[in-house]
Design a protein around this ligand. Structure first.
Ligand code: ARG
Length: 422
């Protein structure tokens, strides 16, 4: 039995646990097309990495990063000897090795620079797990399970990143195909109806072609597809005790629990490339904690996801024959209430969008006082519920692409949704 957070710990007087989201909160823009039927992907072995990642490390990018690190972290010691050493290493072998301090700072600043993320106030407390030495599928899966256990922390979610080996010039690299470490499978029946998450119908078919035997429920956790150079993709089923889920109920409507909905506690993005000082880490899964709207307004509500708005409206007895009843809006609010209530009841950290928006403004203030620009994309920062009721709606942002940062490459996005690229 997977860990379903208990429904009974009912101390709701306790404030919702201090929340934060991201890195990488995605809710509005960059909407990917719904996963629907397509050609069955042929089970492949190592997919070819983006050729741009083969490039040798740009010495100027390395220098910019080292200057930033030494300027912000005086304890790092003198800059010049390190610069000299890195430059000569790049001359010799086309890349260089980050120190532990550089790696930790680089990952934290990549989060700080993530312009789509509303939850950056706590960027400096990201936990960094250095997994650069892991090579085999077994080593990798062991580290990923540790990541999930430590990040979940019985519901007191800790923002964590595991950094695996960097891309080396002209060499393939290890990674997982999955978009996130924890995601639900989707199955399209002959009638066209989908059981599970429609976003992953194609991906689910791809892992079934690789030999995955599924249960066929609406909430089957997809296996990880671990892809290391020179080996066929390796399926890894996550152990149940590494996955915490929250059963959903509503504080006033008992029928809500009958819908038998749930969501997983930890969003852990696993297909974005981390770039620090010219070095690319194509496999560096990271997690924050959820903001409620990601689940209540998107994952469970979008018409190309679990599409619950019509059913919730019907059960609420709303007039769905006319738009002027605002039945969609009212159903969305109740869905979001259920998500926040259920996570609080289960003592699993989550953020509401009002609190998180205020935190983001605090972050902007703090960063400006430190003399830094906060790059942000309005369409990603404004929550997908009651946007104008949150303070982040009423202003403009800088949109600079600052390094270090996280990037979603096209081929990784494609692989994460369809199980094949190109
Ligand atoms: N929106 C994505 C999801 O619903 C998760 C993106 C990252 N979110 C976060 N709070 N760190 O699964």
């Amino acid at each position: 039995m997977r860990q379903l957070a208990s429904r009974t710990g009912s101390d709701l007087s306790q404030p919702a646990p201090t929340p934060r989201t991201c890195p990488g909160t995605s809710h509005t823009a960059g909407r990917l097309t719904s996963a629907d039927s397509g050609p069955c992907p042929a089970p492949g072995s190592q997919q070819s990495p983006d050729p741009s990642l083969y490039g040798e490390v740009d010495a100027d990018a390395a220098e910019d990063f080292l200057r930033l690190y030494h300027a912000e972290c005086p304890h790092a010691g003198p800059l010049e000897p390190r610069l000299k050493q890195v430059r000569s290493t790049i001359d010799r072998i086309g890349t260089y090795l980050h120190t532990d301090g550089e790696l930790e700072f680089g990952a934290r600043v990549a989060w700080r620079n993530s312009s789509r993320c509303i939850g950056r106030l706590y960027w400096n407390s990201l936990r960094v797990l250095d997994r650069r030495g892991a090579r085999t599928p077994d080593e990798i899966s062991t580290h990923l399970v540790t990541h999930l256990r430590e990040a979940t922390n019985s519901g007191r979610i800790r923002p964590t990143i595991s950094i695996f080996a960097p891309a080396m010039p002209h060499r393939p690299y290890a990674r997982v195909w999955n978009e996130q470490l924890i995601r639900y499978a989707g199955y399209r029946s002959e009638s066209g109806a989908v059981i599970g998450d429609p976003r992953y119908v194609e991906f689910t078919r791809a892992v079934q072609n690789l030999g995955w035997i599924s249960k066929g429920t609406p909430f089957d956790i997809l296996p990880l597809v671990i892809d290391v150079p020179g080996e066929p993709p390796h399926l890894h089923e996550l152990p149940e005790d590494a996955i915490l889920e929250v059963p959903l109920r509503h504080p006033e409507h008992d029928w809500f629990a009958e819908m038998d909905m749930r969501w997983h506690a930890v969003p852990a993005i696993s297909n974005m490339r981390l770039e620090i000082g010219g070095i690319n880490y194509p496999f560096a899964p990271f997690n924050g904690w959820y903001m409620g709207t990601e689940i209540g307004s998107r994952n469970l509500a979008d018409s190309n996801r679990y599409d619950l708005v019509p059913e919730v409206a019907r059960r609420l007895g709303l007039d769905t024959s006319t738009e002027i009843s605002l039945w969609r809006d009212r159903a969305l609010v109740e869905l979001n209430i259920a998500v926040l209530y259920s996570f609080a009841l289960a003592k699993v950290k989550i953020a509401d969008h009002h609190t998180e928006s205020r935190r983001f403004l605090t972050h902007l203030d703090k960063e400006e006082r430190a003399g830094r620009v906060v790059p942000a994309q309005w369409s990603w920062i404004v929550p997908p519920l009651s946007g104008s009721a949150t303070p982040v709606y009423h202003r403009y942002y800088d949109e600079a692409d600052q390094h270090p940062n996280f990037y979603l490459d096209d081929h990784a996005a494609e692989l994460g949704q369809s199980g094949h690229s190109g």
